[in-house]
Every structure is written in C-alpha cells, then in structure tokens.
Ligand binder design. Sequence first.
Ligand SMILES: CC(C)(COP(=O)(O)OP(=O)(O)OC[C@H]1O[C@@H](n2cnc3c(N)ncnc32)[C@H](O)[C@@H]1OP(=O)(O)O)[C@@H](O)C(=O)NCCC(=O)NCCS
Length: 220
Amino acid sequence: MEKMPYRAEMDLQVVFPPPQQEVVTTTDWRAGLPVLSNKGVTLRELRITDAHSLFAMLTTEEVSRFISPPPSTIEGFERFIAWTIRQRQVGTYACFAVTVAGSDTAIGIFQLRELEPGFQTAEWGFAIGSPYWGTGVFQKGAELVINFAFDTVGVHRLEARAAVRNGRGNGALRKVGAVQEGVLRKSFYRNGEYLDQVLWTIIDEDWAAQAVWQNPVRTH
Ligand SMILES: CC(C)(COP(=O)(O)OP(=O)(O)OC[C@H]1O[C@@H](n2cnc3c(N)ncnc32)[C@H](O)[C@@H]1OP(=O)(O)O)[C@@H](O)C(=O)NCCC(=O)NCCS
C-alpha cells in the first residue's frame, strides 16, 4: 500500500462508472474486474457507494499510520474509486473491494499496479478495517489477489513494501510466503519523517510451485 499511485491532486476529472459494472462476465479484467471468492471472503470491483464504508474503515489512525494518507472525506473516497476504475480501464492498475460472508459492504481493499509497461513486475498493497484484523480475511483475500496477479494478469514478479515498523503488515506478508529481499532505507515519507521499508517479493515460480502461503516462515 505504501506509495501506491493515487494522489488526490491528480484527480481533476471525476468520471462515475456505469451502473452495469456490478455483474462482470468478460474474461478481460481491463473491461471489468472478476468477482473472486475464497471461503467466505469475496473480492469485487469497487463502486462509488463503497466510499462511506471505506472512509469509516480505512481512515482510522491504526489503519492509516503506515500507508499513504487515504482520502480525508467521503467525497475524496468517491474520487479515488472513480480513479481506480479509470486506471483499470487503461490496464495499469486494479483495486478490489473486500467483502465478507453475508454482507456486500466493503471493509478493505487490495490494490495491484504495474511497475513497468506490460505488468511483468507489479506491486500490491492492502488495507483492511481493524475489526477484521486477525480473522483470516487478509489471508483469504491475499490468496485471491496473488492468483489473480499471476494467473489472470500475467505478472512475473510481485513486490510489496511495508514500513519496518509495521509489524502486522510485515507479519501478513511473511504469512503468505513472500520473501524478504532487503530494506529500502528512508524510502517512505510519512508524518514528517522518512521510514525504512522492507521489500517483499513473490515470483511466478514460487507461486507455480505452490510455495506461496504454504511456507510461511521464509524470510531470506
Ligand atoms: C496489513 C493487514 C491487511 C493485515 O491483515 P491482518 O488481519 O492484520 O493480518 P493477519 O492477522 O492475518 O496477519 C498478521 C500477522 O502478523 C503478525 N503480527 C502482528 N503484529 C506483529 C508484529 N508487531 N511483528 C511481527 N508480526 C506481527 C500476526 O501475529 C499475524 O501472524 P499470525 O496469523 O501467524 O499470528 C492489516 O493489518 C491492515 O490493514 N493494516 C493497516 C494497513 C497496512 O498497514 N497495510 C500495508 C501493509 S504492507
């Protein structure tokens, strides 16, 4: 999530998505994100109406302190959501809403963006409302997004950055089998200071060998 590409100042034009986006039957993710489900956790495309719940879930201090500042208003989240859909349409980025069994309320997001043209190398990020921490929602959603990245988008190398101080973020990445490659010194500016970040990666061979999320203790 750190340094993911959305910036409010980039968002001068608000384009609301068409209402039919909720049901996606195409196999091309650029035309509409698929609905992905894993044992009670469902990922789907964001909708403008998710702004209220995402504002409530993602703007708390505990959720936002180690990530790029989220929008500070519901209207800001509406602009962010419209931006995510435009970026998906041009094929450089995908953002999923996280929902749990029995509810369609967005309680978090998973983001995936290309780091070079062609999406061979990508970065993923995530934020989930704190009432759902430690419940397994992250891991189930992460499995879906990792599969989506390698299987559907065709990613070769999947990177994630987590502030060294972000214990849960690093613990979560370790859990799904990401490999710690190093520390990016003073690479993330937040709350008036530069923070060191851990660089975590998953490569397609790890995923194909099913080493991902089955070998949670690797940190080398
Ligand atoms: C990151 C996030 C999505 C993970 O979801 P979660 O439900 O908290 O994750 P989980 O509980 O499944 O996994 C976290 C792991 O880190 C461990 N952990 C918690 N605090 C830790 C710490 N200080 N140091 C090391 N590990 C820690 C937990 O024990 C857990 O491992 P376990 O299940 O084997 O016990 C969620 O915490 C979040 O949204 N945080 C705020 C946003 C954020 O920081 N996103 C960027 C991450 S790079």
